[in-house]
Design a protein around this ligand. Sequence first.
Ligand code: COA
Ligand code: AMP
Length: 627
Amino acid sequence: MPGYRDLYDASIDDPAAFWADAATAVTWTKAPDRILDDSNPPFYRWYPGAELNTCANALDRHVDGGRAEQAALIYDSAVTDTKRTYSYAELLDQTARFAGVLRGLGVGKGDRVVIYMPMIPQAVIAMLACARLGAVHSVVFGGFAPHELAVRIDDVKPTVIVSASCGIEPNRAVEYKPMLDAAIGMVRHPPRYCVVVQRDRHRCGLVDGRDLDWDVVMTTATPADPVPVAATDPLYVLYTSGTTGKPKGIVRDNGGHAVALLWSMKHIYDIAPGDVFWAASDVGWVVGHSYIVYAPLLLGATTVLYEGKPVGTPDPGAFWRVASEHGVKALFTAPTAIRAIRKEDPDAEYLHGPAADYDLSRMKYLFLAGERLDPDTYHWASEQLGIPVVDHWWQTETGWAIAANPMGTQPLPIKAGSPTVPMPGYDVRILHDDGYWCPPGQEGAICIRLPLPPGTLPTLWNADDRYETSYLSEHPGYYLTGDGGRFDEDGYLFVMGRIDDVINVAGHRLSTGAIEEVLATHPAVAECAVIGVPDEIKGQAPRGLVVVKSGAPTDGLADELVKLVRDEIGAVASFKLVDIVPALPKTRSGKILRKTMRGLAAGRDEPVPSTIEDPGVLDALSTILRS
Ligand code: COA
Ligand code: AMP
């Protein structure tokens, strides 16, 4: 098999030939005869004219190909103490039936379905059922509050919403239905129907004529066959935080997505059909879309759907229990989960005994992504587990790794702090503000030369202009990732963090701009800034710096602001730090010096910009920020 360098060079020298070869892993209803449509730059489309059905690739072809009785999905819920395995035949049956339900409710090719659900098998079934009909799903993470859900509903305009009565967090049941009802009460484009899974822990009331009970509708459902769609048709829209309060609807197509995910499973994750793969994330995030649902199933592997936390459900051995019990070959999670485990179990007694002693002999890899993997966490994990701990870097936009260590191709020596090297199809360049390529060692904006490879976003939902202005206009011919970093002399990439106003809290991507917009609605707030500050477990935490209006009361204000953000954005924002400050440091043109404040809060000696309006304001703030 060719090594990494040969594969990478081939993908850059002749992308069409490279991705034509990779496309043979997919079962097409109309095979591609053209690979890349580059006639309308900066918009590129992969496999124009080809047709397939993603759900048929994920389920039917494995049932037809002899995997009917193999486990497709293992549901392991630590919070309800439930385990259930679905074979490929069972998952296909449930999915085809739910596709029939959706079709009966008027959902057809191109229609949208919002999925607002906890980590239960019905969430996966609902996603696959949409794919089966050629409908477009948009999953909204359960930790978001009604307003965030409403914004997404109004943008994507679903025919149906699929939800559940509750999610279960270790310390409480989160009632989804009142949040769903509140969101529908806010929107301009309400859905015609909602299908609701009633969970035993908490059953909810249903609205007559609008809400349907999942179990009831499934009993009379007629299974639906897969509908062929164009490779370039959208499979899903997943909203992610941008620099403003309005989330970006990342579009994923069908054909490029299937090709890229299949390629990644073999070449990056070293997974073969029949292996057990576990992405300990949530279906509400891109990791959940790509590596809980689609990639393992497209390949004919077994995926684990885990409803629980790395700690507290019931202890820091939870991940090792799940991995050993289900024979997981590769575990994929975020560094924050490992930091949480390490904090509670620094000597890994839940791994090696005496607290517990799990047999992890089948686990070959730990893959980490979602935020920077700090070397300390890397060393701890690799020493305790004794297997390769593989950092890889990607984003909701790309859907699969931009940089990784390709375990199934040619494992490269690991350098702590680096996600290793660019993956095939990604022509990664470090650009200086002036547009030139930075030499090794010099930091700049990490960009990718167009075209991006298959599986990455072709555009934003109903927002081609925003796609161009957000990603493509700063450096024409390049996609701007929003991260800063550098290459070293060996071609290893080091990703240093976002260079915009996006932050990463426990692997969850948040917009500081969105939090600022909420804070600014409080009547006492004159102006505010939110920055990401270092957090021992979550990597980063949002910290609000608030200037109050003259004469406004400040008693209890911080608590009110924390509650406001929780109510408007959701618990997932983890917004707990508020400082009331006399003024915010600005340039003479009125721009708030967020980068300088971020640096001070991280304990760095930040150069004071020459354009600063009043250096005294920054001096006064630096003591607060460093505390
Ligand atoms: N539905 C409703 N609420 C949710 C939720 C969901 N699906 N997921 C999280 N929340 C709530 C949590 O209960 C918490 O509420 P609280 O403030 O009342 O305690 C809040 O949102 C913040 O959640 P989180 O940031 O996850 O913190 P945590 O303290 O509950 O757990 C970790 C911390 C590190 C254990 C947890 O973040 C984790 O497992 N991270 C793994 C990383 C991961 O999955 N990343 C996804 C991308 S790969
Ligand atoms: P998301 O879109 O939620 O997956 O978040 C993407 C962002 O998370 C990236 O732009 C990075 O800032 C960060 N990120 C993801 N993986 C890594 C990694 N391995 N190293 C550093 N940052 C990462």
